[in-house]
Design a protein around this ligand. Structure first.
Ligand code: 4AD
Length: 466
């Protein structure tokens, strides 16, 4: 007997009258007075469940079918029929229903057929994929990841797998998780009393990566157009709805390129991803528009159609100062923009995505290219309505002497970055790239409020369950 996914049946890929088997988990069961049961079955292949019509004639109708509750796993075989009810075009007229797995205690099964609060669902992160909401978010996340790889592949980029275990601080911000095989109760010490990391697994201190950028630059300066897309870790003590300790980052890097090329790439990239979600996941977006954010669809459509605005950081400061708006954080040349400033710029002032370029050098990372004014670096942030900063990128410092000076200014020892300095010693070229936090993009696309709902197993300060 042919097995089909529920989405295939609902898409009309199985002819009416043909017998097929579907398998999934019960969402709801309703018994009619006429001696029929209607079971909504979901296998997650698409947003919608299929209706299984189970007649009382089934051998296990009284003994099993009428005991089915939310979460039971079922295999149903029967003929596909045009549905008379509203909603779905097709249903399944069951000839057999096999219960593959019962729910032990239906009363206490955490995922009931109702809207649960997101706070509650975070406590049962291992069961939340069974809800409509997390099904939708998971499918959209997948669609976005596929679109990201497709975009880069079509544009001639190569995907480079940068390491998760790293020995250098790519951002120079000191927010790294240390990994060690040393016995914490009995740490080896040097004569000076310091921890002797030469006795550790790698013979030196090692960390979880905060960014694959420095590693991907090496490949950019040989393969020209590359990107990395993988897990990234930050030991920052941020208890916000925008920060995770473990998140996925997409970091393209392009050779013979400047900040304008970088901004153009960011714009084409974001629009491509949003279009893919609109083309492929309208079922899930429609649900999210009803359940979590009314503008889930129109927001993406507007984004695709809007050319990004470009503003100099200095001009952004002047605009903010003249806005007449009261902000919680000060606005002054030399200070970083806060989310409230970014949102004013993109939502109130421009009304579409904005690229802010050329930030003061002392508030940005050591590897960003120093501009001729000596005060700013060729850095850019892409700001989007409804969220603020979504992408951070820059042209990289390709001049060795300037890079060394910047490292020292940031308290970094160039000796620890010899390999990175090599790129500037051998065939150095202008190059640029950016980083996009994947979960921030998922939050934006799905209209979520909290980044902890954009990743299957969120990690944040004090949160590492399952
Ligand atoms: O601005 P960041 O720190 O830039 C870098 O890491 C560069 N090496 C990127 C590059 O140029 N290749 O981080 C980049 C992006 C941010 O814009 C944000 O979207 C995301 O990573 N991000 C986080 N997302 C979730 N939780 C956190 N704690 C994040 N920190 C940064």
């Amino acid at each position: 007997m042919a097995v089909a996914s529920i989405q295939q049946v609902l898409d009309g890929k199985v002819a009416v009258g043909e017998t097929v088997t579907v398998q999934g988990w019960v969402r709801t069961r309703r018994d009619s007075k006429a001696g029929l049961s209607f079971i909504n079955l979901s296998d997650g292949s698409g947003f919608a469940p299929i209706q299984i019509v189970a007649p009382a004639l089934l051998a296990n109708y009284e003994s099993e079918v009428k005991r089915l509750s939310a979460g039971c796993a079922v295999r149903a075989t029967g003929a596909v029929a045009a549905s008379e009810g509203q909603g779905q075009a097709y249903e399944l007229q069951a000839e057999t229903i096999e219960v593959v797995g019962w729910v032990e205690d239906p009363e206490t099964y955490p995922i009931q057929p109702k809207a649960h609060s997101l706070e509650f669902l975070r406590e049962v992160a291992h069961l939340r994929p069974r809800t409509n909401l997390f099904g939708a978010v998971s499918r959209i996340r997948h669609c976005m990841a596929q679109a990201i790889h497709r975009f880069f592949h079509e544009q001639g980029f190569y995907w480079i797998n940068t390491p998760i275990i790293s020995t250098s601080d790519a951002e120079g911000a000191g927010q790294m998780f240390r990994i060690s095989t040393l016995d914490m109760m009995n740490l080896p010490r040097t004569a000076k009393g310091e921890v002797d990391f030469s006795k550790d697994f790698f013979g030196k201190e090692a960390f979880l990566t905060v960014s694959g950028q420095l590693n991907v630059e090496a490949y950019c300066l040989a393969l020209s157009k590359v990107y990395t897309f993988g897990p990234t870790f930050r030991a920052e003590n941020s208890h916000t709805t925008r920060h995770l300790a473990e998140f996925w980052m997409i970091e393209p890097e392009i050779a013979f390129a400047d900040l304008n090329d970088d901004a153009a790439l960011a714009e084409a990239f974001l629009k491509y991803i949003f279009k893919a979600v609109l083309d492929e996941r309208m079922d899930d977006l429609t649900f999210l528009a009803e359940r979590v954010e009314k503008t889930a669809i129109s927001k993406l459509e507007a984004f695709i159609n809007a050319p990004f605005e470009r503003i100099e950081y200095g001009d952004a400061i002047t605009l903010l100062q003249k806005s007449g708006q009261k902000f919680d954080y000060p606005v002054e040349w030399g200070l970083d923009l806060q989310t409230e400033h970014e949102r004013w710029l993109t939502e109130q002032h421009v009304g579409r995505p904005v690229v802010v370029a050329n930030y003061p050098e002392h508030i940005k990372a050591f590897y960003m290219r120093l501009n001729d004014d000596g005060r700013t670096v060729a850095a850019m942030d892409v700001l989007a309505p409804g969220i603020g900063e979504i992408i951070g990128g820059s042209q990289r410092e390709e001049r060795l002497d300037v890079l060394d000076a910047r490292m020292r200014q940031f308290g970094l020892d160039p000796a620890h970055y010899q390999w990175y300095r090599d790129f500037r010693r051998y065939g150095s070229v202008p190059h640029a790239g950016f980083g996009l936090g994947f979960e921030r993009l998922v939050v934006y696309v799905c209209g979520l409020q909290n980044i902890r709902d954009a990743i299957p197993y969120p990690r944040a300060p004090g949160l590492a369950t399952f």
